[in-house]
Ligand binder design. Structure first.
Ligand code: NDP
Length: 326
């Protein structure tokens, strides 16, 4: 039998986690024959609700669920983990400015980065979902100097999936026929969904769509505001689709994308003029925990503009938290 994989989920009593942990335990991440042990972290006042989630997990009788740990202590949560989903984050409160939001989260992700540094497996793969996800991932990475930067990424896959689905509808092709779609930058409304290189069934998607105005006036703004549109329609923020994207991103990361391009926010190696260490959504292929960036994609004037917009936002976020990092 395979030995169990230890998977931490933070914010484990929250909405996204509620859509995430059952799918992990059912085998949607690593397959139904891979035993998993869930390490569930949430704040002290949430331990009661977390207990309820664990009761439901038990009641599913998932064959692959080999154990559970519930805790409010990050070091316990991250002890010997192979995979971490960092979902819990401080939501924007009333009247809270961006600077305050960044600061509150910087504190959470400094503590969690240090705990990961101390307790996680050196090969761990850690996905940050909690917003501002890219900068939170940057902070966790900087707070974990003994872990390779390759251990960290931030979620941009929901934007990628949203873009893919919208393009499939517009072009009249199956969503899984779409290849070489890219989402650049920050998981925020500034991210740049870019289908200039995308193909479906051997044809360029841009040719099938043939409507450059639609790209600028409909596609990019709609993908950018999709999160807000879901909140407006549902009265609550996206949770199931966020959890699904987290699973997609980590599954591709640890299992492999089989040559397909996927978008991941990873610590920059300096390519595309992105300052080193900034967590920026880029196209990659993946294989067994290793990420290979797609290099040298051409930029036209419009692309450069969009790219700069999201990069500048991430630089500002990085600078705003710099003084909080040791
Ligand atoms: P959710 O589970 O709905 O969201 C969690 C985080 O994911 C938020 O930061 C949210 O950002 C983010 N997120 C990223 N992408 C998306 C997306 N596309 N759609 C929606 N959200 C997205 O929040 P809940 O409040 O239900 O649960 C959070 C849990 O985390 C609580 O149980 C809380 O106690 C816990 N927590 C734990 C901490 C810890 O363990 N140290 C610290 C802080 C919180 P956004 O806010 O922008 O929507």
């Amino acid at each position: 039998a395979k030995s169990p994989v230890r998977i931490a989920v933070t914010g484990a009593a929250g909405q996204i986690a509620y859509a995430l942990v059952f799918r992990i335990a059912s085998g949607a991440l690593l397959g139904p024959d891979q035993p998993v042990i869930l390490h569930l972290l949430d704040l002290p006042p949430m331990q009661g609700a977390l207990k309820g989630v664990m009761m439901e997990l038990e009641d599913c009788a998932f064959p692959a669920l080999a154990g559970m740990v519930a805790t409010d202590d990050p070091k316990t949560a991250f002890k010997d983990i192979d995979i971490g989903f960092l979902v819990g984050a401080r939501p924007r409160g009333k009247g809270m400015e961006r600077k305050d939001l960044l600061g509150a989260n910087a504190e959470i992700f400094t503590v969690q980065g240090r705990a990961l540094n101390e307790a996680a497996k050196r090969t761990a793969r850690i996905l940050v979902v909690g917003n501002p996800a890219n900068t939170n991932a940057h902070i966790a990475m900087k707070s974990a100097p003994d872990l390779s930067p390759d251990c960290f990424s931030a979620m941009i896959r929901l934007d990628h999936n949203r873009a893919a689905s919208m393009l499939a509808g517009k072009a009249g092709v199956a969503v899984d026929a779409i290849e070489k779609l890219v989402v650049w930058g920050n998981h925020s409304p500034t991210m740049y969904p870019d289908y200039r290189f995308a193909e479906a069934n051997g044809r360029k998607l841009a040719e099938i769509i043939g409507d450059e105005a639609w790209n600028r006036d409909v596609f990019i703004p709609t993908v950018g505001k999709r999160g807000a549109a879901v909140i407006e329609a549902r009265g609550a923020s996206s949770a199931a689709s966020a959890a699904n994207a987290a699973i997609d991103q980590v599954r591709d990361w640890v299992v492999g994308s089989h040559g397909r391009w996927v978008s991941m926010a990873v610590a920059s190696d300096g390519s595309y003029g992105i300052p080193e260490g900034i967590m920026f959504g880029v196209p990659v292929t993946t294989e067994a925990g290793t990420v290979t960036r797609i290099p040298d994609l051409a930029m036209d004037e419009f692309a450069r503009e969009r790219f700069a917009l999201t990069l500048n936002e991430l630089k500002e976020e990085r600078d705003a938290v710099a003084h909080l990092l040791g």
